[in-house]
Each structure stands twice: as structure tokens, then as C-alpha cells.
Design a protein around this ligand. Sequence first.
Ligand code: URA
Ligand code: SF4
Length: 186
Amino acid sequence: MQEKLYELSKIVLNCKKCRLHLKRKNVVFGEGNPFTKVMFIGEGPGEEEDKTGRPFVGKAGQLLTKMIEAIGLKREEVYIANIVKCRPPNNRVPFDDEAYACLPYLRKQVALIRPKIIVCLGATASKYIIDKDIKITKDRGIWIKKGDFLIMPTYHPSALLRDPLKKKDAWEDFKKIRDELKKLYE
Ligand code: URA
Ligand code: SF4
């Protein structure tokens, strides 16, 4: 299974299926424990991620790492990936055609890792994984069951950096994730 993820990463690292390949420095495939019960999905690489080829390593990533640790996990214990794997210029939101070009890779990652819980970080992840009309401010914090997965839409850590008042709600969501994981380990 790890081998299949590695095979997939080799394909994705050479992908030119959408225009985002033109300006990327590195493809950001995703990283973490392929045997995890929980995957965190963001929008797409920012500047730091593009430079390093790793997801969530900039300011938002440092906050995400802290939030993961706050629910008793280590970053290396979970898996972290994005909707699009190449940085959109100036960190704009990915276009629909870019997201749809890239989504099959994320679906394969999910199919190989088979997490129990998928955390959608922000509007873009929620839109493509849950429902195109989802409104994150209204619909966050509620478990959504889809097939074998429990999906939690919550704020993107960048939104928490822009508006710290949202942190309280995000913490409520993360406590739900912690409690559900606890049940899964019992
Ligand atoms: N924001 C995202 O959505 N993903 C990253 O990997 C980094 C910042
Ligand atoms: Fe390929 Fe995804 Fe990068 Fe587009 S964003 S070039 S689909 S890996």
C-alpha cells in the first residue's frame, strides 16, 4: 500500500494536467502516515509549500501543526494533503477546472490510505469533498457521513490567522475530532 502511494507520487510529481504546472517550483503531493485514521485536506500549496514541496509548512501550517498536537496527535501520525497539488499564482483560489483535474489524485490517496476521518480545512476543501454549495461559516463543525468516511468541515488555519475570533469554533471542531478518534481506538 505504501508502495502504491509512492508509485502515485511519482506520477503526480510529473503531472502537467492543468495550467498550475506552469509556475510551480515543486509539486506538493502530501505527506504523513499512510496507516493513519485521519486525513487533513487543505486548498493548495502556498509559497513555502511550493518552495519545499511539503504541505502546510508556512504560517498556516505551523498553526495546523499546533492544533493537531492540541488533540494529542503528532503531525507525523496523520496524513496531510491538498485539493490541488501545485501552487495557484498569488495564492488565488484554484479554478474549478484545476481542482477537477487534480481531484483524482486525492481520491486515489484516500482510497489507498482509507482513513476513518477526513477533515476539510476551509471552503475549498469542503466544496470539492462535501458539497459545492457548502458555506463554511454555517456548516462547519457537523459530521457528515459519506460512504466509509466521517467528514468534518472546519475553518482553514489561514482564516484563523486572519480572524482569531474564529479559533474558539475551530477548537470545538477539533475536540469533536479528538473524541471521535478516541472512540475509534477503544
Ligand atoms: N494552505 C493550504 O491550503 N495548503 C497548504 O499546504 C498550505 C497552506
Ligand atoms: Fe497536475 Fe494537480 Fe498540478 Fe494541476 S495542480 S498540474 S492536476 S498535480
